[in-house]
Structures are given as structure tokens and as C-alpha cells.
Design a protein around this ligand. Structure first.
Ligand SMILES: Cc1ncc(COP(=O)(O)O)c(C=O)c1O
Length: 367
């Protein structure tokens, strides 16, 4: 098929369809999901109430009950929240609402891949400011230099960052909020594993938005629910670009029940945090691997060269363990990483055994 026909978009020419890495596996540690899933009692409640839903009707366009539940928990109102099909959809909406051709969005390198993909899709120039290569700290002055330009409108900051797993200093982010003149989106997808949030600052700043998801701690990745907290003007702009009935009735119901029962999920979150620390300690005892500190439900493991990364990835996959390779041009060619989701204790034990075997049987250039 020829792509020089007038109906193709120039900005999509270089973009490849998203590759979800769907390969057969026994243990899935590549997408930062919750390995424990929802407790049976919550699933039963969802299914019981789902019988009474009116599937022939459109869903509540603004997910009112869920919006009320979450916003009131944060001391906010329904005008402060919008629900999306995962936070992915909300990232797209934010760029649609606050950008256009000729405008610029800014984030860190590395960071969450979808900021770039949706910027390209929405014809927005995209700038990545490298993190400090030693401790992954934020270069706030680099971000501000770009953000202060007239045509910059959005700054995305993942807090904690993905895939590095660390929090950036709060005062650096505040400086960006106060001085950039941009809408600053603080993406708190992993909030429940680290506990720090910018949510209380929404009433103080009119250019701050917080992104959250039900896909990680709340075990609901399959139903695609996320939300955005901000002031009413920002939320109203995002509603202008939203599909009218974006979140389906089943997802709205399930998210509501999960949020009402979030205390029950604390046990699995605590286990994940404990397992995370155990994984980091154990991986750091294995020659040639370096696990970086993490405030999330994944661990960034440095493995050296690209050859090492491919070897470890493929050897794990041969044993049915699926992890995620991380390569970012921002790192030198001797720095390759694997991003490994914290699994259940049993899964982590199998992973650790395999990593130990791989390190024994292969010859690495030591880090
Ligand atoms: C930092 C960050 N933000 C947002 C998301 C998207 O989450 P979802 O679209 O499932 O809500 C992810 C998923 O991995 C993420 O790592």
C-alpha cells in the first residue's frame, strides 16, 4: 500500500503500532500488575451487582458514583475529577485538550512511554530532559528552560518515575509548577506503593493535575480505569475532548466496589512492598546485577550491555518468566536494564533462582 496518498497523516509516518509483547509465559512480570489479583469476596460482590446492571443502556457519561466516591475521599468535589479508560486514555485527553500542532510537551528521559506516543498522535512536539545518570534525579532547570518557551503547554512527571522507580524531590516539582507556566501533570500510577502525593496541592495551584490508576495496586488492569484530579477549569477542558460514554458500566461498577473495599487490598500492597525489598536485596547479592531502589511495584535491574540484557531476558523467557527490557538512548551503550514486576513470593523465588543460575552460567563483563 502506498503511503503517499493524501489521507495518511505525516505525524504517524514513523510511529509503529504499540507492541504489547504478547508471548507465551508462565510467570508474568512485565506489566507491573498486582500478582495477587482481587480477593474472592470482592469479585463475588462485583458479579452479584453486575447481574442488575442495564447492559442495554449507555453508561453514566461522567461515572458519577465513582467520581463522587473518589473525589470525596480526597476532600474534593465531582468537578475536580474525570474518569478514563485507564490513565492512558486521560494522557491522550490531556494532550488533546491542552496541545495542538506547534505546541510542545515535556517529560523526563526515561519516563512512561505513552506521553511520547500520544504527543506524536496529537501532532505535538515532544522534548525529553535526561535524568541524572547516577541517581536518576530530576533536572528541573532543564525542564524549566523548555517549559518556559511560549509554545510549551504540558509537563508530564511520573511520581514515582517509571521505569526508574524513584521519587523526584518534591521542591523541584513545586518549582516547575510555580515557574513553568505549563499544566504540570503528576502521574501517580504507583502512589499506593510509595505513599507520596501532590493531591493536597490541587487547591493551591491552578496548573496542577494528578493522574491515578486502578491498574496497579487495585488489581483492575483488565477493566481499564484511571482518573484525573485537578481544578474545575482543567477538568472542564478535558471533558470537552472526552468521548461521551467513555467508561463502560461494568468497569464503573467494579472500580466503585474496589474503591469502597480498598482497605482489604492493603494486605496485598504490604506484601508487594515487602517482596520488593526482598527482591532488591537478593538481586544485589547476585554478581553482575544491580537492582535500583524502588518506590513502586517493579524493580529496575541493571545488567550491563545489550548482549547481557538480551541473554538474561531470553534465558528467563525460556523458563517461562516474562520481564520487560528497558533501553533508552539516554543511557550509555554499556547500561542496559530489565524492568521486573514484583510478583508473589513463589514467583519471586523462581525468578531469583533463575537469575542466580543465569549469572553462574554466563560470562559477563562485571558492572
Ligand atoms: C507511570 C504510568 N502511568 C500510567 C500508566 C498507565 O496505566 P493505565 O492506563 O493502565 O491506567 C502506567 C502503566 O504502566 C504507568 O507506568
Amino acid at each position: 500500500m502506498k503511503k503517499n496518498q493524501k489521507f495518511f497523516r505525516n505525524c504517524l509516518k514513523e510511529l509503529k503500532p504499540y507492541d504489547p509483547h504478547q508471548v507465551p509465559y508462565k510467570i508474568k512480570l512485565n506489566a507491573n500488575e498486582n500478582p495477587y489479583g482481587l480477593p474472592g469476596e470482592i469479585i463475588e460482590e462485583i458479579l452479584r451487582k453486575a447481574k442488575k446492571l442495564e447492559y442495554s443502556r449507555y453508561p453514566d457519561a461522567n461515572s458519577e458514583k465513582l467520581s463522587e466516591l473518589i473525589s470525596s475521599f480526597w476532600g474534593l468535589t465531582r468537578d475536580n475529577i474525570i474518569i478514563g479508560n485507564g490513565s492512558d486514555e486521560l494522557i491522550d485527553y490531556l494532550i488533546k485538550a491542552f496541545s495542538e500542532k506547534g505546541r510542545r510537551a515535556i517529560t523526563t528521559a526515561p519516563s512512561f512511554a505513552m506521553y511520547k506516543i500520544y504527543s506524536i498522535v496529537n501532532n505535538t512536539n515532544f522534548v525529553e530532559i535526561p535524568l541524572d545518570q547516577n541517581n536518576f534525579s530530576l533536572n528541573e532547570d532543564g525542564i524549566l528552560e523548555e517549559a518556559k518557551k511560549e509554545d510549551s503547554s504540558l509537563v508530564f512527571i511520573a511520581y514515582p518515575n517509571a521505569p526508574t522507580g524513584n521519587y523526584f524531590a518534591k521542591d523541584k516539582i513545586i518549582k516547575i509548577i510555580e515557574e513553568s507556566g505549563c499544566l504540570v501533570v503528576v502521574d501517580e500510577a504507583y502512589y499506593e506503593f510509595g505513599g507520596k502525593t501532590f493531591a493536597p496541592l490541587i487547591s493551591r495551584y491552578n496548573n496542577l493535575a494528578i493522574l491515578r490508576t486502578f491498574s496497579k495496586a487495585y488489581s483492575l488492569a483488565g477493566l481499564r480505569v484511571g482518573y484525573l484530579l485537578s481544578n474545575p477549569e482543567i477538568i472542564n477542558e478535558v471533558k470537552k475532548v472526552k468521548s461521551p460514554f467513555n467508561v463502560n458500566i461494568f468497569s464503573q461498577l467494579a472500580a466503585q466496589i474496589v474503591y469502597e473495599n480498598k482497605e482489604i487490598l492493603k494486605g496485598s500492597i504490604k506484601k508487594i512492598i515487602e517482596e520488593r525489598e526482598r527482591l532488591i536485596n537478593r538481586i544485589n547479592k547476585i554478581l553482575f546485577f544491580k537492582a535500583h531502589p524502588s518506590q513502586t511495584n517493579f524493580v529496575l535491574v541493571e545488567v550491563g550491555s545489550k548482549e547481557n540484557a538480551d541473554l538474561v531476558y531470553n534465558s528467563l523467557l525460556e523458563q517461562g518468566i516474562l520481564v520487560q527490557t528497558v533501553s533508552d538512548p539516554v543511557f550509555s551503550s554499556s547500561r542496559y536494564f530489565l524492568r521486573i514486576t514484583v510478583g508473589s513470593k513463589e514467583e519471586n523465588d523462581i525468578l531469583l533462582k533463575e537469575l542466580e543460575n543465569i549469572s553462574k552460567n554466563l560470562s559477563f563483563t562485571p558492572l
